[in-house]
Design a protein around this ligand. Structure first.
Ligand code: SME
Length: 152
């Protein structure tokens, strides 16, 4: 894994050790990732509202978004909630099922947070760069998702 990801992962572990409440931890994690990883321009969490079969926006770092509630299946985020699989979109212009937050966004990665195999939340990253994501991003975000899952 590229050096930057290992060093930011170590900083994330320092946050974990602070035993923050889950919302504060998600907010601090969003801010850490956005500030340290140059191709992460918006970082946030969506949480499953199972009763209403929708995602609800949680803590995030970056511009405010209109997409505070997303039906499961809708957009990149909703597709990940339905499939429970990471989705990497290197060019959002090629996606039919996509919810635009800003015209600056060119790519997006969404990683599910699973607890005992059940989808409970996800990490969503928007980038203003075209095709910036590698398997390092996926592994790094998955490691964070797995740690956070234990706290839900
Ligand atoms: N682009 C997402 C919507 C959420 S924003 O990126 C913050 C989607 O297509 O689901």
């Amino acid at each position: 894994m590229e050096q930057i990801f290992s060093s930011v992962y170590n900083e994330f572990c320092v946050l974990l050790d602070q035993r923050l409440d889950l919302n504060s931890l998600m907010l601090s994690t969003s801010r850490l990732l956005k500030s340290e990883i140059s191709h992460y321009d918006w970082v946030g969490f969506y949480l499953l509202d199972a009763q209403n079969n929708q995602l609800v926006l949680g803590p995030y770092a970056g511009a405010a978004t209109d997409h505070t509630h997303i039906p499961v299946g809708k957009g990149i985020c909703g597709q990940v909630a339905a499939s429970k699989q990471t989705k990497v979109v290197q060019d959002v212009a090629e996606q039919d099922n996509y919810l635009a937050c800003s015209m600056d966004v060119q790519s997006e990665i969404v990683v599910p947070i699973l607890k005992d195999g059940r989808f409970i939340a996800e990490i969503d990253i928007d980038s203003h760069a075209y095709a910036p994501f590698t398997t390092d991003d996926e592994q790094f975000l998955l490691a964070i998702a797995e740690k956070l899952a234990q706290l839900f």
